[in-house]
Design a protein around this ligand. Sequence first.
Ligand code: 13P
Ligand code: SF4
Length: 306
Amino acid sequence: MNNIRDIQDEILRIKKERNVCILAHSYVAKEIIEIADYTGDSFMLSKAAADTECDTVIMCGVRFMAETVKILSPQKKVYLANPDAGCSMADQMDKELISQLKERYPDHTVVAYINTTADLKTICDVCVTSSSAVKICSQIKNKNILFIPDCNLGDYVAKQLPDKNIRLVKGGCPIHARVEKREAEAAKKAHPDALLLVHPECLPEVASLADYVGSTTGIMNFAKSSESREFIIGTENNIAELLQYECPDKRFYCLSKDMICSNMKMITLPDLYSCIKGNGGEEILLESQTISDAKKCIDKMIELGG
Ligand code: 13P
Ligand code: SF4
């Protein structure tokens, strides 16, 4: 096999023969996205996995995403295409730290961004995604919320919901938080007709300059349906590239050349090939108690409209 197309064809052949569903997060390489059954944000992928009739699912994304798929589809075999692909944000907080905070703030509802480990989700009250965080938090009856692990997303939610008392913990995505205000100002100056669209994982002072703040899917939908012709994209640079393919008549600029998630870039077409052949990847195995406890916090999100 000597070119990308040959490997893709072989993966598609095995996929059909073994009835495998391939999920690709929108931050992974284009040659994987081209042959995936579903591409999208982390929560959309988990829902797609739960709905598919395939009994084997391969996640081309990071570990917490594969774990979320397993929690929602425990009867399926779920594989992470590259076992080393973790999420720097999800790995920042563990059960021990959050248990201590729960003891210190017993009257707070613990809201966990979906970018958390399955283990940590077992002691949280409700999950949110970047697209549903404001809506879910607004529906929580308790005024006091402990928001983990992303203090930038938490700050964004707090600004939309001034009546809530949202306590933040210092954590977040090093890729999104890397971009400083002066870079956003410079990008706006360089492209005065472009709208600035950013992910809420960015710093508050960057988000405050944006014309739109939303999830990866939210940013893509906004750009596709907007009347505007030019956009500065403030999230992983894959999104600007995907948008440019999908909307050739519009112009997309990356907010920063450094917005590259090295975790997502670890996942290669050969990783997917090895995984689907049965000699690579890692099967996600979670204790049944972990699955049922972590599922409560995801079910609560669905109940509140996430
Ligand atoms: P989404 O939930 O929008 O897929 O975002 C996940 C992520 O890791 C963003 O950095
Ligand atoms: Fe995690 Fe940040 Fe990469 Fe998203 S971009 S997967 S939050 S490290």
